[in-house]
Design a protein around this ligand. Structure first.
Ligand code: CP
Length: 316
């Protein structure tokens, strides 16, 4: 099967086609309602989730498929000592596709190697979150008509923020992106992600501590939550959690057409008053997350979308 552990598992034409498919699905919901008839998705979530699990499950239900799974490992046999590999060898007998979230980096890859059906990484520790990136790309595409030739600020917890790592990795493949990496010294972007930018001649980055001094340069600002669950030390979390709070006074310094993204959940890093600003794109991201998961599920295990005409290879 075609597992998606990072978006490197999909070609750029495939990703571009998924974005197009999501737009098509949004306007043809009845036409696509049987694309996954008879298929079953398992959502194996060893870590909390609202959006990712519920949107995967909704995606499958809206395509005519069915869903099993667990939300929270406390009810699964991992509590009796079962390995991820044994769990996947088991669940592969039940379903056609698996979405897995796990607190350990690399867990989704381990799962995909044990499974005999496609596995989609729904977040592995502080590493990657490829389907969030699909939502992020769809949101940039709808706001700007492109995902390249942009200056994108990423702000907050760039060390543990897996959505940041996935997004940078994928935007480097599209090319022509300037990254402004805004974080405290303790939460800077991991070297393996910086190496990815360094290896991309058309992309560049700067690392800064101050949001206010750079906000006016940005096309998009990707805010992130400080990832409490990945800290070793509660004091460090408490010291760093309020470093950046985007409010209307800071947004007043930004371009009128800048887009504010956030994978959610937020704690307090975006003031609620910003939700009414036309630049706030994070609830569009939520909608795009479901549509992109519909596009992905239909591509991985579904029938062709009725009426959907893919781009000719030369056009993508
Ligand atoms: N963006 C995201 O992954 O949200 P959840 O943790 O609620 O799934």
């Amino acid at each position: 099967g075609r597992s998606v552990i990072t978006l490197d598992d999909l070609s750029i034409p495939q990703i571009t086609d998924l974005i197009r498919k999501a737009t098509y699905i949004d306007s043809h919901r009845k036409d696509v309602a049987h694309t996954c008839d008879g298929r079953v998705l398992a959502t194996l979530f060893y870590e909390p989730s609202t959006r990712t699990r519920l949107s995967f499950e909704t995606a499958m239900l809206r395509l005519g498929g069915k869903v099993i799974g667990f939300a929270g490992a406390q009810l699964a046999s991992v509590t009796k000592g079962e390995s991820i590999a044994d769990t996947l060898k088991t669940v592969s007998n039940y379903v056609d596709v698996v979405a897995i979230r796990h607190p350990k980096e690399g867990a989704a890859l381990v799962a995909s190697r044990a499974a005999s059906v496609p596995v989609v990484n729904a977040g592995d520790g502080g590493h990657m979150h490829p389907t969030q990136t699909l939502a992020d790309l769809a949101t940039l595409q709808s706001r700007f008509g492109r995902v390249t030739d942009l200056t994108i600020g990423l702000c907050g917890d760039l060390t543990f923020g897996r959505t940041v790592h996935s997004l940078i990795e994928t935007l480097c493949r599209f090319g022509n992106v300037r990254f402004v990496l805004i974080s405290p010294d303790e939460l800077r972007t991991p070297q393996y992600v910086l190496d990815r930018i360094d290896a991309t001649p058309s992309c560049s980055y700067v690392e800064v501590r101050d949001l206010v001094s750079v906000i006016g340069d940005l096309d998009a600002l990707y805010m992130t939550r400080v990832q409490k669950e990945r800290f070793f030390n509660e004091d460090d979390y408490l010291r760093l959690r309020d470093t950046y709070i985007l409010d209307e006074s800071k947004l007043a310094l930004a371009r009128p057409e800048m887009a504010v993204l956030h994978p959610l959940p937020r704690v307090n890093e975006i003031a609620v008053e910003v939700d009414d600003d036309p630049r706030a794109a994070y609830f569009e991201q939520v909608k795009n997350g479901m549509l992109m998961r519909m596009a992905l599920m239909s591509s991985v295990i579904g029938d062709d979308l009725p009426g959907y005409v893919p781009l000719e290879p030369k056009e993508v």
